[in-house]
Design a protein around this ligand. Structure first.
Ligand code: GDP
Ligand code: ZN
Length: 344
């Protein structure tokens, strides 16, 4: 029988290969793997995986048996410790995900990219001076969060240049639904303690359009990470980070934050048309006669009697037609930079 060269297999690791879903979620079944150490993925950069094992951060590689399986930040894995001095720790299995935040390139694509797994909450950052565009992005992330089992927090940054009435409106809109909102200014430092407090004891993902001040906030939370902050007006002053990484938040006993590269789109191509309404808590609560009500004039629909914000209702309708493929993808409406890195 020919010897299988594990090293060679790993060298041939194909970044673009995506296994069928069930394989990604495979649970460590065999006993040998059960004996490997439980660890959590804190960073992924191509074939290299950084894991947190017993409080220690270690570089690991995929075991040969993991070919075709990808892990993401936050994944619970099993790691086999090195067996000799030149050996590296090997990721031998990825466990079932408790929650998942995923998106697609656009609404017509149904192949999802997992932003992070097993995170407790996503903090969506909006720029206080671009609240309308920010809210459209936010609504998309909220759908993904609701369906993925992730809590969501709305963070309005750039408070120093925001219109207080507009900020109050947006906060009320989302608090009425039940989302926590907070306001920050990475420039003046306002609200940063409150933000930090929000991250205590949990794993959070920070996301938002490019330019909203995510890196600036992140640098306050994780000062040693020293992320590049875009210079004002510099075209192409985009994030250099492509890899995704979790870091402990400075000043907290426990609390990890995952920074994602600024994205130009948060596609919801993975969302089935019939699941969309369920991702809007205020629509879910309506109690229409039919569980699968699309709130589109059906008999027994209670939409007319409800007080749902015009903006959210407009989002629901827009997303529904976008997922159905009725409408052109709304990317351009966001005024985003076409050259911007579309991150993994
Ligand atoms: P990112 O693309 O979301 O990571 O945004 P950056 O952190 O790179 O910030 C984009 C621009 O907004 C930079 O010029 C920052 O200096 C600026 N910025 C970030 N936060 C604030 C803020 O709270 N107030 C103001 N006025 N500008 C900010
Ligand atoms: Zn209805």
């Amino acid at each position: 029988m020919p010897r299988i060269d594990v090293e060679l297999l790993e060298e041939e690791w194909d970044e673009d290969f995506r296994p069928p879903r069930d394989k990604q979620y495979s649970v460590a079944a065999n006993e040998r793997i059960e004996q490997d150490e439980p660890a959590r993925v804190v960073a992924v950069d191509r074939g290299r995986v950084t894991v947190l094992l017993d409080g220690e951060v270690l570089e690991a590689t995929y075991a040969g048996s993991m070919r075709g399986v990808r892990v993401v930040v936050g994944d619970d894995v099993r790691v086999r410790p090195p067996r000799h001095e030149t050996d590296t720790p090997r990721v031998t299995a990825v466990l079932d995900r408790r929650s998942v935040l995923q998106r697609t390139g656009d609404d017509a694509v149904d192949e999802a990219r997992v932003v992070a797994a097993n995170v407790d909450q996503v903090v969506v950052v909006l720029a206080g001076d671009h609240l309308a565009a920010g809210a459209r992005f936010l609504d998309r992330v909220l759908v993904a969060a609701e369906l993925g089992g992730v809590d969501a927090v709305v963070c309005i940054n750039k408070l120093d240049v925001a219109d207080p009435d507009e900020v109050a409106d947006v906060r009320r809109r989302y608090e009425d639904i039940g989302y926590a909102t907070l306001v920050t200014s990475a420039a003046t430092g306002e609200g940063l303690d409150r933000l930090r407090w929000q991250l205590e004891g949990v794993w959070s993902v920070l996301t938002g359009h490019s330019g909203v001040g995510k890196s600036s906030l992140y640098n306050h939370l994780v000062p040693h990470a020293d992320q590049e902050v875009a210079e004002i007006g510099r075209r192409g002053g985009r994030h250099t980070t492509v890899a995704s990484r979790a870091e402990p938040v400075a000043g907290l006993e426990d609390g990890w934050v995952v920074d994602t590269p600024g994205v130009r789109s948060f596609g919801l191509g993975f969302v089935a048309e019939e699941d969309l309404a369920g991702a809007f808590p205020e629509l879910r609560r309506l109690g229409c006669e039919h569980d699968d009500c699309r709130h589109d004039g059906e008999p027994g629909c209670r939409l007319a009697t409800a007080t749902i914000s015009d903006e959210r209702l407009a989002t629901y309708r827009r997303l529904l037609s976008s997922i159905r493929g009725d409408d052109a993808w709304e990317r351009d409406e966001w005024g985003s930079d076409p050259d911007e890195e579309d991150a993994p």
